[in-house]
Design a protein around this ligand. Sequence first.
Ligand SMILES: *Cc1c(COP(=O)(O)O)cnc(C)c1O
Length: 421
Amino acid sequence: MSDTQTNASLFARAQEVIPGGVNSPVRAFRSVGGTPYFVARAEGPYVFDVEGRRYIDFVQSYGPSILGHAHPDVIAAIRDAAGRGTSYGAPTENEVRIAEEITSRIPGLEMLRLVSSGTEAAMSAIRLARGATGRDRIVKFAGNYHGHTDALLVAGGSGVAQQGLKGSEGVTAGAIADTIVAPFNVVPELDESVAVVCVEPVAANMGLVAPEPGFLEGLRDACDQVGAMLLFDEVITGFRLCRGGAAEWYGVQPDVWCFGKVIGGGLPMGAFGASRDIMSNLAPLGGVYQAGTLSGNPLATAAGLAALEHLTPDAYQQLTDTAARLQAGLEQAFVAAGVPAVVPRVGPLLGLFFTDVAPHDFDSAREAAENGVYARFFHGMLERGVALAPGAYEALFVSLAHGDQEIDAAIDAATEVARLL
Ligand SMILES: *Cc1c(COP(=O)(O)O)cnc(C)c1O
């Protein structure tokens, strides 16, 4: 490390040795233009780049940092765990404790298995659903993102959408032959070839698009009628909307859940779970194989447990109040400047679209995301020390560390930037 290192110099070096200079495409600023800031450290609601600039952070690692960055209890738990060894290849008490904690929060979720990412959770959950039903086909919704496993990349939101891709090269026709893509917010017709319907109960990878009343209930009924499983991908909504996630929020119980992001407390961890009956199909109990060298990693379980301990009903109220305050301030800023914009919110989850009417599916979300306004707003905010995700298809994340002061500063910045749009 040298004192003169800049975002530009690091990005130049990065591009020599890492494709696009980043280890996940959404970080590359391709859809908004410019050079990514390289983070030196983060604390509470702030990230600091290598040039010493401070940003109020609404990226929050795309969700995991729900307590704010470097929360002292999470750091202490990780330090403590690290001193006892970082991976064993044998079970630990904390794996039991986190599984007990999660199953106790979510009615119907009786067993779960820990993995190392949301992608792995979704991939494994689909294999489980196919194995348990003996069926091949899966249904997913356009603009929903379930990680980068082959069968689920088609019509993906998030970085796939930002790159203007319908899916990915390198995915065989065979890998997606059994994937059916349906429009979000329309209950698809199913038949008895369908193993599982995968949905983000609140779509948070095409901006934020809430389920319309009756959509999730309709999916539940449609699945029940043909004996298909309903999978809620709660990698974003889980432990963020409320204690029991989207299933509790909407009062609709899926058969299978996927988690990630928040549950690792900022370390790599995901999970998938279901009833005891369904989970008994997994090896070593049943014939559906799934495994992981670092699954249930001691640092990740320690961090996750420390984070979950703070996620009480009061904490969710605080997150919701913070998000509502930001929503109101942003709306006011855009109205004052005469900029067409909507700021959809579901509890603590926020989105931002530069359009008149809140999008309800991928086509309408894409229209709003591709009009070029977001990139200008993004850079205006970044210049004023407020970091949003570098892409119009992402949600805005507030944390428990975002106080009135940070929210007001972000609103002031937005008020200035809106006038320039
Ligand atoms: C982020 C995300 C994933 C993938 O999780 P990774 O940890 O990035 O693999 C899957 N589903 C949803 C809904 C997500 O937001």
